[in-house]
Design a protein around this ligand. Structure first.
Ligand code: MN
Length: 501
């Protein structure tokens, strides 16, 4: 029996899930070479939100990061998450731009493309899968796991078969919300392997505490590889940590085989990551580090939950939390049960808020209307015809049934012309980045670098505080949970954020 293998996500999803994608290339320099010696089947080093965040917040050119990490970790295959026709942006791009993006990524060292679509529409994966194969790379068709009346084993098996027909080398079960139960994982792995004969890899999150058990069940059912990360950029909203997975899988036939010094290296890297995690404390959140079963109750990704709390606060709708959440399945059903993943999680979330605030479908966002009219692709189930008619009227355009990118003219020449006019080198690398993040690339070449995040406020010197007082003696008590403290002073309760001095 072939053992399963581990992929390491610490340089991408690990910090995307736990530190708002803020780990810089510099912070990765000492870790990448060690990771390269550990026998991981892949290192996830690029893609997802890391390209947007690196350029926008860290002032890094995306291909420079890939070059650096490839140079430091040349032996292990590099892996990236690609949103099909959306590339690593938030809308559909022209085929020639998608082809150029994949080609440039391959040129700079990318090996495995994990290609998904936010609607699970295989047509939106077709160009990327073909481009990855043409570039001599591995293409993994990626299925977004979600729950709905139409997302059953038969649906996922059919999707797997279509992905195989398109030429994919493997299938990834992408459980972005950490919602898949172990028993269902086993059934899904068995079905996909049986129906496609392709390797099946699993990607999940420990958000609701199911992740590690899901991997054990998946591996016992035949999964070929699972994604793990390294503490402290692991667990909670991130991937299960590698050390724990090894312990959990011990004694099973297909437990990944690791070298004698593997655990020592994990410990060493954890130690190196600790100060990096602390340096990103502006972006980390205790809520993300723990198991949170809210996500099971609401069936949405953890990132969406925290965005949501903030947005409801901004709209003065905190008291409507339960009502808005009850509206999410209503919106999903009307839009043909679309999964909740970037960017549909945002589209559904905002529309649910609008429906509660203004009345159902009284105020429809253009993005929601575009989903209803087919401009994102085929939805898993038909869109509610009444909603579709309403959106057509409101937007003044007809629904489409073709692949949305068929309506987009080739874009590379136009991008080259624009860059040349702006005095920016019109390389294919710059063109594909400019297609997604024009302002950020212009700022980069204009020498504008993002402001570094403000350093945590320096605490006043110890002597200014006076002698410590035992709390109970002056009517003060405190309840501490992680870095949050409820401080009760003479009956009045204060929320306090604790920072280490
Ligand atoms: Mn993920």
């Amino acid at each position: 029996m072939t053992p399963a293998t581990f992929n390491c996500t610490v340089l991408r999803d690990g910090h995307q899930s736990l530190a708002a994608t803020r780990m810089s290339t510099e912070q990765m320099l000492d870790i990448a070479p060690i990771l390269d010696t550990m026998g991981f089947s892949a290192l996830e080093t690029w893609g997802g939100a890391s390209i947007d965040a690196g350029l926008r917040f860290l002032g890094e050119l995306p291909f420079d990061r890939l070059d650096t990490l490839k140079r430091l970790a040349p032996k292990t295959p590099h892996m990236m998450l690609l949103r099909g026709q959306n590339m690593v942006g938030y809308t559909n791009y022209a085929d020639d731009v998608v082809e150029a993006f994949v080609k440039m990524s391959a040129k700079h060292g990318m090996n495995i493309f994990r290609i998904f679509d936010c609607l699970n529409d295989p047509e939106n994966m077709r160009t990327s899968i073909r481009a990855a194969k043409e570039a001599g790379c591995t293409a993994h068709g990626t299925i977004c796991y979600t729950t709905s009346p139409v997302h059953n084993l038969e649906y996922f098996a059919n999707l797997g078969k279509k992905i195989k027909e398109m030429g994919a080398d493997g299938i990834v079960i992408k459980d972005m919300a950490g919602l898949i139960p172990p028993s269902e994982t086993a059934a899904l792995v068995e079905t996909l392997k049986k129906e496609t004969g392709l390797p099946v890899w699993i990607h999940t999150h420990e958000t609701a505490g199911l992740g590690a058990a899901t991997y054990v069940a998946g591996i016992n059912a035949g999964a070929d590889a699972v994604d793990v990360s390294i503490f402290p950029f692991a667990n909670g909203t991130g991937q299960p940590d590698c050390m724990r997975m090894l312990a959990l899988l011990r004694g099973y036939d297909r437990c990944p085989v690791v070298a004698d010094d593997f655990r020592d290296k994990l410990t060493k890297i954890s130690g190196m990551l600790q100060p990096i995690y602390e340096s990103l404390s502006r972006f980390t959140n205790h809520r993300n580090e723990i198991v949170n079963s809210d996500t099971l109750r609401y069936q949405v990704p953890g990132g969406m939950l925290s965005n949501f709390r903030n947005q409801l606060k901004e709209m003065n709708m905190t008291d409507k939390f339960e009502e808005v959440f009850a509206e999410i399945p209503v919106v999903r059903k009307a839009l043909g049960w679309i999964p909740l993943v970037t960017p549909t999680s945002q589209i559904v979330g905002v529309q649910a808020m609008m429906n509660v605030k203004f009345g159902r479908w009284k105020n429809i966002t253009p993005q929601c209307a575009d989903v209803a009219l087919g401009y994102y692709g085929h939805t898993p189930a038909p869109v509610d015809p009444e909603l579709q008619a309403l959106c057509a009227k409101k937007m003044g355009k007809d629904p489409i049934t073709c692949r949305p990118a068929d309506l987009i003219k080739p874009g590379m020449q136009d991008l080259r012309d624009k860059l040349t006019a702006k005095g920016i080198p019109a390389t294919d690398e710059n063109c594909v980045i400019y297609a997604m993040f024009p302002q950020q690339l212009e700022d980069y070449y204009a020498g504008k670098r993002p402001e570094p995040p403000t350093a945590p406020a320096k605490p006043a010197k110890q002597e200014n505080y006076g002698a410590p007082v035992a709390l109970s003696s002056v009517g003060v008590s405190a309840a501490i949970s992680g870095r949050q403290m409820k401080l009760n002073i003479l009956g009045k309760v204060y929320d306090v954020q604790i920072e280490e001095v």
